[in-house]
Ligand binder design. Structure first.
Ligand SMILES: Cc1cc2nc3c(=O)[nH]c(=O)nc-3n(C[C@H](O)[C@H](O)[C@H](O)COP(=O)(O)O)c2cc1C
Length: 243
């Protein structure tokens, strides 16, 4: 049984793609996975409808839990597990620019950055998939939002009425999504007769120089492998760990 640790940070980019890789890993190999979520990782995983699916990767049990930063106090005791020698590798994907910067400069103030530091101190190999890799542009996917140019501000709004989390709140007559309440169930998208609620719009974002430089620094650290896309995770694990 291969035991892996998966660190999830608060990025929309690569969130779904990484989940698919871990579902495939579970299907094809004998692996036990602990999922470590930063606070932002938990929030963003919910927004993209990924959070509940993490239980398919980590259904519970010995070293197979979903570990939440919001339940791990200030010292993140479960990140201390890397010293036990039971993990073959830590995979951080997606890794936000924030997390990459902290990894490079030795800051351990989140569950995932502490897991990273503990893995390094215990000589556990680390694989990181940053969201912002090369300077230039990156294409990313937006969570649910209301297109106010399309929304008619109907007095009875079916999406608003049907949201199980009351995440749609009226602002100047038209609903807006409170993303901290949204769980990405997409009920609202299907309920709007005018198609004003959008999920998954692709947008371009600029990769900052500082973020690309930090990725380069990260790739120069001993024991750290930086990957460009989650699809590289399985081939790298097979090559390095002889899966
Ligand atoms: C919907 C959404 C998507 C985000 N996507 C990204 C992203 O792709 N890359 C990134 O660096 N930050 C992204 N962020 C911002 C991070 O969540 C934020 O910087 C957070 O503090 C990161 O914390 P963490 O690194 O501890 O997970 C996103 C935030 C939201 C609300």
């Amino acid at each position: 049984m291969f035991r892996l640790a998966w660190g999830v940070t608060g990025a929309g980019h690569f969130m779904k793609e990484t989940l698919e890789v871990f579902l495939q890993l579970k299907k094809e190999f004998k692996v036990a996975v602990t999922v470590f979520l930063s606070r932002a990782g938990e929030e963003v995983a919910r927004m993209y409808g990924v959070f509940e699916q993490l239980r398919k990767v980590a259904p519970g049990g010995y070293y197979q839990e979903v570990v939440l930063e919001s339940e791990e106090g200030a010292s993140f005791p479960k990140a201390g597990r890397f010293a036990s020698g039971k993990y073959y590798a830590l995979i951080v994907s997606p890794a936000t620019s924030n997390t990459v910067a902290k990894m490079v400069f030795g800051i351990c103030d989140t569950l995932v950055t502490t897991a990273f530091a503990q893995a390094m101190k215990s000589a556990v190999p680390v694989y990181v998939v940053p969201t912002d890799y090369d300077e230039g542009e990156v294409e990313t996917t937006l969570p649910v939002f209301v297109d106010r140019d399309v929304c008619l501000g109907c007095s009875v709004c079916p999406p608003e009425e049907s949201c199980p989390r009351t995440a749609l709140v009226r602002v100047e007559g038209k609903p807006m999504v409170n993303l901290l309440k949204c769980v990405g169930c997409l009920i609202c998208v299907n309920k709007c007769p005018h198609g004003a609620i959008i999920f998954g719009r692709r947008v371009k974002a600029r990769v900052r120089k500082v973020d690309a430089e930090n990725v380069k620094r990260l790739s120069e650290m001993d024991g750290v492998h930086v990957l460009k896309h989650p699809r590289e995770i399985i081939p790298c694990l097979r090559r390095d760990l002889k899966f």
